[in-house]
Ligand binder design. Structure first.
Ligand code: NAD
Length: 484
């Protein structure tokens, strides 16, 4: 087993590390070689209940008494501590998620930046005065929801904790975090750093456990006042149903089938690394992965050939080897992606390139070959369903209207990229794309702390990241004062 810097088995509730109520643990595997990495708590409804109560006590006590500026200062202190430990956090994330260490480091730096951005914003969210009837002064206050629940997936734990817990803390909420059972080391490290930074007990609570146990208990707990969920469409629907019973607001960040549209006048030299990297980053396990590349027909063959060259040069290996691509998160995810690759082969689709898997890969790791599929019919499963692996589908289009029809022609709407030198077209197309974020002549898979992010259609609703998230993580109170 790899040496880990702390005991991974307790839950963190009310400022204390303690065994979970069940006393049971869950195995955490190292995706790079399939070996046991750690044991984590199998938190259950009793732990969730204790965490929600601790969060409420923090709101009623030391945490709730802090001014916005004091909250922000704590967050800035935490941001500095995260940066100080960025190498260690990168190593933990790499071991746990299977991502190359440099991606883990980028995630740690992003976590620090989220804490910095939201720490700095904590005392800058104002209400407004409203010109109401004569004899009144009316104004609005931005107040915390109260106890906020954060249910996060395994693909970018640090980034997703940063954007959702960061914004919630800035607005004065007390948080209960349920990390994914497949990867939760950096969630535990996050709580340890919060402790060192001096956050009052109960402001941040972490309860690892299974989704259907700890996650479901958290989503349905009547003491929770807001839920932020990032994960699959299926579980998102369960979360929304649970939230409906308690009439609490939900932010849902779900999946995607995000396209990059490449027009014939695009600057291909600039576009090419973005076209490929946005599909294979984190082994394609990125909600905003550009899993569809739509290319104007006159340059289709050239783009496929140039992307194929890049695919053949991709290096796959264990996270610690720090190459281009690591393994997938789990045997289950590998099975899902291999199922899609079988569909490609059996359907006789054109595999334009496949990066070779080196013979020396650790036998127990969850590796799949990055695969570029060209000439995919836009209605085909490969072009419609989220694969969540390093597989990209390239499809040709004829003109702007066709490009938009294809781009908008899935059930998802998260991110899109537009490559063209024609400024009017860039604006026209951007405005007609059905999604939450559009990048023109660049593409930021997972990036952009300052940029509001979220989906339409099955990709979810609500916005995280940027200043906008601060509105989502607070509630508005209107006060109307009658005077002479
Ligand atoms: P998942 O929905 O299975 O799990 C996500 C989280 O929900 C985990 O913490 C899990 O324990 C918890 N969970 C599972 N069942 C639950 C239940 N019944 N009640 C409450 N919580 C439950 O998703 P996943 O497989 O871990 O992640 C992959 C999916 O997440 C992909 O579809 C991907 O696109 C999406 N994702 C979206 C974003 C985004 O920002 N839009 C980011 C990352 C991942």
């Amino acid at each position: 087993m790899n040496a880990l810097p702390f005991d991974t088995t307790p839950v963190f509730v009310g400022g204390r590390w303690r065994a979970c109520a069940s006393g049971e643990t869950l195995p955490l595997l190292n995706p790079s070689d399939g070996t046991l990495l750690a044991q984590i708590a199998r938190g259950n409804a009793a732990d969730v209940d204790a965490a929600v109560q601790a969060a409420q006590a923090a709101l009623d006590g030391d945490w709730g008494r802090l001014s916005a500026a004091e909250r922000g200062r704590l967050m800035l202190k935490m941001s500095a501590l995260v940066l100080e430990q960025a190498d260690e956090l990168a190593r933990l994330e790499a071991l746990d998620v299977g991502k190359p260490v440099k991606q883990g480091r980028a995630d740690a730096v992003a976590l620090a930046r989220y804490l910095e951005f939201y720490g700095g914003a904590a005392d800058k969210v104002h209400g407004e005065t409203i010109p109401f009837a004569n004899g009144y002064t009316a104004f609005t206050l931005r107040e915390p929801h109260g106890v906020t629940a954060h249910i996060v997936p395994w693909n970018y734990p640090m980034q997703i904790i940063g954007r959702s817990v960061g914004a919630a803390l800035a607005m004065g909420n007390a948080c209960v975090l349920k990390p994914a059972e497949e990867a939760c080391l950096t969630a535990l490290a996050f709580a340890r750093i919060a402790e060192r930074a001096g956050f009052p007990a109960g402001a941040i609570n972490v309860v690892p456990g299974l989704g259907e146990e700890a996650g479901a208990a958290l989503a349905s707990h009547p003491g929770v006042h807001h839920i932020s969920f990032t994960g699959s469409v299926q579980v998102g629907a369960l979360i929304q149903a649970a939230a409906a019973k308690n009439a609490v607001p939900v932010t849902l960040e779900l999946g995607g089938k995000s396209p990059q549209l490449v027009f014939a006048d695009a600057d291909l030299e600039t576009a090419l690394p973005f076209l490929v990297n946005a599909g294979i980053q984190n082994a394609g396990q990125t909600c905003s992965a550009a899993s569809r590349i739509l290319v104007e027909r006159s340059i289709f063959d050239a783009v496929v050939a140039r992307m194929a060259e890049r695919y053949r040069a991709l290096r796959v290996g264990p996270a610690t080897a720090d190459l281009d691509i690591g393994p997938l998160i789990s045997a289950r995810q590998k099975e899902i992606v291999e199922g899609f690759l079988a569909v490609v082969r059996e359907g006789g689709l054109n595999i334009a390139a496949q990066a070779p898997l080196p013979a020396a890969l650790p036998a127990g790791g969850f590796y799949v070959p990055p695969t570029l599929v060209a000439g995919v019919d836009a209605k085909h499963r490969i072009a419609q369903e989220e694969i969540f692996g390093p597989v990209q589908a390239v499809t040709a289009f004829d003109g702007e209207a066709d490009a938009l029809r294809l781009a908008n022609g899935t059930a998802f709407g998260l991110v899109a990229g537009v490559w063209t030198k024609d400024g009017s077209r860039a604006l026209r197309v951007s405005r007609k794309l059905q999604c939450g974020q559009v990048f023109v002549n660049n593409y930021g898979a997972g990036g952009g702390i300052e940029l509001p992010f979220g989906g339409v259609k099955l990709s979810g609703h609500g916005r995280e990241k940027g200043f906008e998230a601060l509105y989502g993580f607070s509630t508005l109170k209107t006060i109307a004062i009658k005077h002479d």
